[in-house]
Write a protein that binds this ligand. Structure first.
Ligand code: ATP
Ligand code: MG
Length: 516
């Protein structure tokens, strides 16, 4: 799959996901609004109900007071609202005449019974005990006198309720009002602190809860008290909930958390998928490079050998004095190179299958370095370069696998040669440093940037500029080096600057040397 195609798909997926997130956000916002509306409706309805209840209670008081004027002082016009709440909650119709223990007296029988004509008439008969002798005219007079009394009674009540109203401060029991609002809100599932004030129409505050503030502009509920007063409404309740937003937000808790979790999981999966795709893509590119490189590396010695063989069979070439030694030398050298290349690939395959088996023994590092230098001397001389050993380490004996260690050093010197310009100068230095032995291989070659330094120990990795200098390789050398160094319990790092050269430093800790 082409890289652009992957990017295109990723772009489309990102767009789709952004769309999904936006839709989700829209729905959550919508749900918030619906919840807010519900909340406002419940509060408005509750306040309305409370206002009606307060008005009703006042009416009851006036009736009681008219019926029992001598005891009006002892009758509290506000009976316990909470008691009343509980009663009505049990499904019973509220008792309009609560008994003494709840602060009210039972009304006298003349009030209780006088609402029915039959009772009135029946009672009259009973009272007189001479029902049969009572004349129609007498009954009519008695009835009309009672109706007159009743209408006076009602008119008096109406007068009290319209004209003789005391100031509003005296008409409301603020404590009862507050408790009534709290309990009704709680019943409807709004168990939330509120701040409240009772104000006159000119905004003069009659009462307010301790933390009430006039600053709050939004989310304030207002409810008229005694809304049926003539001629005007005497006061209103102003109420707000400081924690309203949080309350609504919390009521959507599950939905919100689930949405956020789902969105995060989707984004995460998307990112992981992209990462895997790109890693696979990179891996397949690296493999392709490797196959190309390997083919090239193997083809060169094969074609050289085949050319040499052709020369040997050429009739013009045969005969004494012809340079057979030179040709066989070429064949020998190329076969060795071919063998080395195949060996490198094989080694990597062995690594992939599991741990390397090291045959460690006590060896002098200086001796191994000298062997490596000897192997490379000719090549370096051909390029008019130099290779120097600075054996500064006093304790140079360590517990190492001889063959693999020579391979490691050879790979480093090979790289130093391959990635150097005209006259390579390679310095191999040993030192006892801290609690261990340090071996460094330094060159004056092309160097590399910090970005590449992190990756050169990866399998198949080659700094892209490598090919410009027409230097071939598999990108396997340093991954082999790192693996072997770490199997020995040692470490390797690189210091390099582009254009100035590189230095590979191996550190063998004392623990390794102690085995020696
Ligand atoms: N001394 C050095 N100076 C500059 N670049 C280096 C040096 N050593 C390694 N590199 C960079 O690191 C890359 C990886 O090196 P490595 O030895 O693993 O592979 P290679 O040399 O390309 O191939 P081979 O498997 O044949 O060794 C090289 O391609 C090169 O770009
Ligand atoms: Mg190499």
């Amino acid at each position: 799959m082409k890289r652009q195609w992957i990017w295109f798909l990723a772009g489309v997926m990102a767009l789709v996901m952004t769309g999904l997130i936006l839709v989700q956000a829209y729905w959550i916002n919508n749900a918030m609004q619906v919840k807010e509306q519900q909340f406002r409706q419940i509060v408005t309805h509750t306040l309305n109900e409370v206002a009606r209840e307060v008005e009703r209670q006042e009416a009851v008081y006036h009736i009681m007071d008219e019926a029992l004027p001598q005891e009006s002082d002892t009758v509290p016009w506000h009976f316990d609202a909470l008691q009343y709440e509980k009663q009505s909650h049990r499904g019973r119709r509220p008792d309009p005449y609560p008994s003494k223990d709840r602060g009210f007296r039972s009304p006298p029988p003349e009030i209780r019974d006088s609402f029915s004509w039959e009772v009135i008439i029946g009672e009259s008969y009973m009272e007189s005990g001479t029902s049969s002798v009572m004349q129609d005219g007498e009954i009519k007079t008695m009835v009309s006198s009672r109706i007159t009394q009743k209408s006076v009674f009602l008119r008096n009540i109406m007068d009290r309720m319209t004209r003789e109203l005391p100031p509003v401060e005296k008409r409301i029991n603020l404590d009862v009002l507050n408790r009534m609002i709290a309990s009704r809100l709680q019943e409807r599932g709004i168990d939330l602190e509120y701040e409240m004030a009772v104000k006159k129409p000119d905004n003069r505050v009659l009462y307010h809860t301790p933390a009430y503030s006039e600053e709050t502009r939004s989310g304030v509920f207002q409810q008229a008290l005694f809304p049926n007063d003539i001629p005007s409404i005497p006061a209103f309740v102003s109420l707000y909930f400081p924690g309203e937003k949080g309350f609504i937000y919390r009521s959507l808790g599950f939905m919100r958390i689930t949405s956020i979790m789902l969105i995060l999981t989707t984004v995460l999966l998307f990112a992981i998928t992209l990462l895997v795709i790109f890693r696979q893509k990179k891996l397949s590119e690296i493999r392709n490079d490797f196959v190309n490189n390997m083919t090239h590396e193997l083809k060169t010695p094969i074609s050289t050998i085949s050319l040499a063989a052709q020369m040997l069979t050429d009739p013009g070439f045969q005969g004494p004095g012809k340079n057979i030694d030179q040709i066989s030398g070429i064949i020998h050298e190329e076969t060795r190179r071919l063998g080395l290349q195949v060996e490198k690939v094989l080694q990597t395959a062995i690594f992939d299958r599991g741990r390397v088996k090291l045959k460690k023994k006590k060896v002098d590092v200086h001796r191994l370095i000298e062997t490596v230098i000897k192997n490379f001397e000719l090549q370096i001389r051909n390029r008019q370069g130099d290779i120097i050993l600075k054996d500064e380490a006093q304790y140079s004996v360590a517990h190492l696998d001889e063959v693999h260690t020579i391979n490691v050093l050879s790979n480093l010197v090979d790289n130093a040669l391959k990635y150097s310009k005209d006259r390579p100068v390679i310095t191999i230095r040993t030192r006892n440093r801290g609690k261990g032995l340090e071996i460094s291989v330094e060159d004056n070659g092309i160097g590399m940037s910090r970005e590449h330094q992190r990756k050169i120990f990866d399998k198949f990795y080659r700094v892209p500029t490598g090919n410009i200098h027409n230097v071939k390789g598999f990108g396997l050398g340093l991954s082999y080096v790192k693996k072997i160094v770490e199997e020995h319990g040692a470490s390797i790092r690189v210091e390099s600057q582009p254009g100035k050269g590189s230095k590979f430093i191996i550190f063998i800790p004392e623990s390794n040397q102690r085995h020696a």
